[in-house]
Write a protein that binds this ligand. Structure first.
Ligand code: PEP
Ligand code: MG
Length: 536
């Protein structure tokens, strides 16, 4: 048995088989082949297997994470049919008498370099896709392709690092736990793991030999056990039993009002990242969605989601919530959430760079498309719109102006929409200080304590080395919350919290005492917070 101490990110216990995410690159050697026809057939077979695998991944992703996120697999499948790419591989095999592996690796190098050298950022970004599909063919050629373990048994996923876009694409039901080497407690990847309710630990030096072994993960203590002894297994099983019992006890809070023992009502909503999260909103009995992080719809795609695609997603969520409030946050891309096709320049300080509303007000076409989609969906449910990363009054006024323009366009086109409530996120100290003025402009505030803490304490939330300094209960942050709540109420506007602090049971009493009207938490935290509020 190996015991490795990592850092706890998301609590919970898991026992299962380790699955290494991300293959080691295939080492390709050139060799001479005499039977070039046979070699070409090998290539065609491997390509067909890769295509079939992509088709399966597409279908699975379609069900799990929706059309928008699934498209990358369809795009890769289509790239496998590219005539230039295929001719290049076949010609090399036939004319240079080389093995298929070498022909694929060379073609991959040539094509990806060609794309990389292009001026156009969109084409530049395609070089990654070329390498990706080539790697997939190579794995089939060399027999190193694993069956897609995530399709069958549940696994403990082991990875050097997971980006938010990789995490959002994963099949929640196939993962028992996340184990990574790199990752901070406040990153979006951690937030996603929390919203999926999957135990997670980080700061584990990954050993590739663990792949396929049995392991146990203790998400609360950050311990990883490889080939655990019976004693540890028993301890973990007991822990899992207790977690299950706690879950059952919490079920008793379903269908109840969220109210303190003194009779004060608090709205208790959930945070989601894509349409498939709606199921857990409903099963955990959230009273609405207080934060729909729409940027996840834009990640891991090769082009912008169209107005129609976005409309369908927002409409689906709104309809499934059946009249419950749905707060759609407009695009908060940038910083750690990157999509190549946005062609964002590399920045020295991405967290303080071109992100969220700054992108939307600079690239109005992208913003308008989203606003139109949100407005169109508003006809099918109870939708509010919320702008992220506000620092100045003019940003809100400009965003509202663009919303009005979008309404005007829809009216002219005879397309139905409702007058949506408008809110902003309070995530910068600047927004806190001018919150009284901001409150006059909007219907509600939602405080994003993840970023507010980052910007108040000057701590990069992505930097795991700084986690010890990231004090979510810092008196400066708490004073800011109080100030925002008072300013919102002075203007008769409601105010919620949608950062991770909203789910911090140690603080629930204090937040309610401060006068917060709404808390929006990951779906799995709805019932624990309802219980915590009732116990105030
Ligand atoms: C926040 O900053 O608190 C927030 C809810 O937004 P995100 O975590 O997506 O940046
Ligand atoms: Mg934020």
């Amino acid at each position: 048995m190996e015991c490795v101490q990592g850092k706890a990110i998301v609590g919970g216990t898991a026992i299962g088989t380790v699955c290494l995410h991300g293959q080691a690159p295939v080492d390709v050697k050139r060799s001479r082949v005499e039977d070039t026809e046979r070699e070409n057939e090998r290539y065609k077979k491997a390509r067909a297997q890769a295509a079939e695998e992509l088709q399966q991944l597409y279908e699975k992703a379609l069900q799990e994470v929706g059309e928008i996120n699934a498209q990358i697999f369809e795009v890769h499948r289509m790239m496998l049919e590219d005539e230039d790419y295929n001719n290049s591989v076949t010609n090399m095999i036939m004319e240079q008498n080389v093995n298929a592996e070498y022909a694929v690796a060379m073609t991959s190098d040539n094509f990806s370099r060609m794309f990389e050298d292009m001026e156009d950022e969109y084409f530049k970004a395609r070089s990654v896709d070329i390498r990706d599909i080539s790697e997939r063919i190579l794995m089939h050629l060399t027999g190193t392709a694993k069956e897609n373990k995530l399709q069958g048994d549940k696994v403990i996923l082991l990875a050097e690092e997971l980006t938010p876009s990789e995490t959002i694409q994963m099949d929640k039901d196939a993962i028992l736990a996340f184990v990574t080497h790199v990752g901070s407690a406040n990153s979006h990847t951690a937030i996603l793991a929390r919203s999926m309710n999957i135990p997670a630990i980080t700061e584990i030096s990954i050993n590739r030999d663990w792949d396929g072994k049995t392991a146990a993960v203790d998400g609360a203590t950050g311990m990883l056990y490889i080939d655990p002894e019976e004693e540890i297994l028993q301890k973990m099983r007991d822990q899992m039993k207790k977690e299950e019992e706690r879950k059952l006890l919490l079920d008793a809070w379903k269908g109840k009002e969220t109210v303190t023992s003194g009779g004060r009502r608090v709205e208790l909503y959930a945070n989601i990242g894509n349409e498939s999260d709606v199921a857990s909103v409903l099963t955990n009995d959230a009273e609405g969605v207080g934060l729909f992080r729409t940027e996840f719809l834009y990640l891991e795609r090769t082009e912008f989601p169209t107005e129609q695609e976005q409309f369908q997603t927002y409409k689906y969520v709104a309809e499934n919530l059946a009249g419950k409030k749905l707060v759609i946050r407009t695009l908060d891309i940038g910083a750690d959430k990157q999509a190549d096709y946005f062609e964002l320049e590399k920045e020295e300080n991405p967290a303080m760079g071109m992100r969220a509303i700054r992108i939307c007000l600079t690239r109005k076409d992208i913003f308008k498309t989203q606003l139109r989609a949100i407005l169109r969906a508003s006809a099918f449910g109870n939708i509010s719109v919320m702008f992220p990363m506000i620092a100045s009054l003019w940003e809100v006024q400009e965003a509202k102006k663009l919303l009005e323009e979008a309404k005007g366009e829809l009216s002219a086109e005879g397309i139905a929409y409702k007058d949506v409530e408008i809110g902003i996120m309070i995530e910068t100290p600047a927004a806190v200080m001018i919150s009284r003025e901001l409150a006059k402009e909007v219907d509600f505030f939602s405080i994003g304590t993840n970023d507010l803490t980052q910007y108040t304490l000057a701590i990069d939330r992505q930097n795991q080395k700084l986690d010890a300094f990231y004090d979510a209960h810092h008196p400066a942050v708490l004073a800011m919350l109080q100030m925002v709540i008072e300013n919102a109420h002075a203007e008769k506007k409601w105010v919620g919290i949608c950062g991770e602090l909203a789910a911090d049971e140690k603080l629930t009493g204090k937040l309610v005492e401060m006068g917060v009207d709404e808390l929006s938490v990951s779906p799995g935290m709805v019932l624990p917070i309802r219980k915590a509020i009732a116990e105030i």
